[in-house]
Ligand binder design. Structure first.
Ligand code: ASP
Length: 360
C-alpha cells in the first residue's frame, strides 16, 4: 500500500495548475561503522519507551523497526531496516524498486537519514539503479565528510561500496508511465492503446499520478532518535527534480534533545518552508508533536501561492507530517482529512488518524 495522493492530483489537474508535466554493503560493515558511534557521548535520558512512527504505508516497517529496537539496534538502523521492506517491494509504486519513473521513464530515488546521538545526516538525490537509497544515504553519513550526494556521483559512491546496479523500472510501473506518456497530449506522436486495463483513454484522471514516500522515525528506550525518509518522488517529474525527502530540515529532521519529524506529500511546499526543522523547533518551544505538525501546516497553507488554492483559499495539495518527541509522545497532521500514520508503541502496531487543517 502506498501513501498516495491521487485526489489531490485530480484537484491539481482540474485547476490546470500543472502542465502534465541485504545489499552488498552488508550488516557487518554497518556494524563496524556504528562501533565508532559508541565513542560518542550518550545523550539519551534512559526514561523513554521505545516508539516507532511512520507514514501510513509503514505498518510492516514499524513492526520490523520495533523488533530491532527491542533487540538493541541503533534507532537509525532500526528505522532503515523498516523502510527497506517498502524499498524492496516491487508492487509499491512510490518508493525504491518499482517506483514510478520520471518523465523519461527512468526511476530516480531520493532519501535522507539522520542519527540523533551523533547529530549527523546523510542523503542521496536523483539516484538511479540502486533500490535502497536509504542505505546509501547512511553510508554518505558514515563514510564521507558530506551530507548529500546526487545523480551519477551518488551512484558511483554506492557502487564503490558494493551496491549492485539494477533496473528499477518494473513492468507495472513502465505500463503506468506509458499510459501517461500516451495520453497526456493529443499533439504528439504517441498514440493511446484502445483497450487499457482499468483506464479510460483520453482521461488523465484515470492515470495513477502519485506522490508517495515512506518516513520512519524511531525512539529507543535510552531516549535516542533516528529517522529516515525514502521515495521515488513525484511521478513523471522533470528529470533531475529533487523533492523534499533528501533535504535535511524539509523531509526529515532529528534533534536528539527534542524529537524527530518527517514528511510525505507535496515536496515543493515542504521545501519552501523547511517544515521538519520547523516542527522540531515548535516542539522545542513546548508544542506537542501533533500541535507542531498543525502549526507548520498552517504556515504552509498561509504561504501557498494563489494557483495552489481552491475557491475558498485553501491549499489544494496533500501534505502530511509525522513527529515523535523525546518523551515518547507522537502525532501526525495532514493538510486534508483522512490522513493516517503508522505507530508501534512497543505493544502493538496500529494506524491512527492524523489531525488535519481542512475537512474533505
Ligand atoms: N514528498 C515527496 C516528494 O515531493 C513525495 C511524497 O511524499 O509523496 O518527492
Amino acid at each position: 500500500m502506498s501513501d498516495h495522493h491521487d485526489l489531490d492530483r485530480r484537484h491539481f489537474m482540474k485547476a490546470g495548475a500543472a502542465t502534465v508535466a541485504g545489499l552488498a554493503a552488508g550488516a557487518s560493515y554497518e556494524r563496524a561503522a556504528h562501533a565508532q558511534d559508541t565513542n560518542k557521548p550518550a545523550t539519551g535520558v534512559g526514561r523513554a519507551k521505545p516508539v516507532v512512527i511512520a507514514s501510513a504505508n509503514g505498518m510492516a516497517a514499524v513492526e520490523r523497526a520495533m523488533e530491532q529496537l527491542k533487540a538493541g539496534a541503533d534507532p537509525l538502523d532500526a528505522a532503515i531496516a523498516g523502510v527497506n521492506i517498502v524499498e524492496d517491494d516491487p508492487e509499491d509504486i512510490t518508493v525504491g524498486l518499482g517506483g514510478l519513473p520520471n518523465e523519461d521513464g527512468v526511476v530516480e530515488l531520493d532519501a535522507s537519514v539522520m542519527h540523533g546521538p551523533m547529530h549527523k545526516a546523510g542523503a542521496v538525490a536523483a539516484l538511479q539503479g540502486i533500490k535502497n537509497p536509504s542505505m546509501v544515504a547512511r553510508l554518505v553519513m558514515q563514510r564521507t565528510d558530506h551530507v548529500l550526494l546526487v545523480g551519477q556521483g551518488a551512484l558511483r559512491f554506492a557502487k564503490a561500496h558494493g551496491f549492485k546496479e539494477q533496473e528499477l523500472l518494473t513492468d507495472k510501473a513502465r505500463k503506468i508511465w506509458l499510459r501517461w506518456k500516451e495520453s497526456h497530449s493529443k499533439n504528439d506522436d504517441w498514440v493511446e492503446a484502445e483497450e487499457l486495463e482499468g483506464a479510460i483513454p483520453g482521461n488523465p484522471d484515470a492515470i495513477p499520478f502519485t506522490w508517495g514516500t515512506i518516513n520512519c522515525c524511531a525512539l529507543n528506550a535510552n531516549g535516542d532518535l533516528g529517522g529516515v525518509t525514502t521515495t521515488s518522488g513525484l511521478s513523471y517529474k522533470i528529470p533531475g527534480r529533487v523533492g523534499d525527502s533528501p533535504i535535511i530540515g524539509a523531509g526529515l529532521f532529528v534533534d536528539n534533545d527534542i524529537g524527530a519529524a518527517g514528511s510525505t506529500g507535496r515536496g515543493e511546499a515542504n521545501l519552501q518552508n523547511c517544515s521538519s526543522f520547523a516542527i522540531v523547533e515548535a516542539m522545542r518551544h513546548g508544542q506537542s508533536p501533533e500541535q507542531a505538525c498543525l502549526t507548520v501546516l498552517q504556515r504552509i497553507a498561509d504561504h501557498a501561492e494563489p494557483r495552489l488554492r481552491d475557491e475558498k483559499g485553501r491549499a489544494k495539495f496533500g501534505l502530511k507530517f509525522y513527529a515523535v518527541a523525546k518523551d515518547g509522545t507522537f502525532g501526525s497532521a495532514s493538510m486534508w482529512s483522512g490522513g493516517q500514520m503508522a505507530v508501534h508503541d512497543g505493544a502493538q502496531a496500529r494506524r491512527i488518524e492524523a489531525a488535519y487543517l481542512y475537512k474533505k
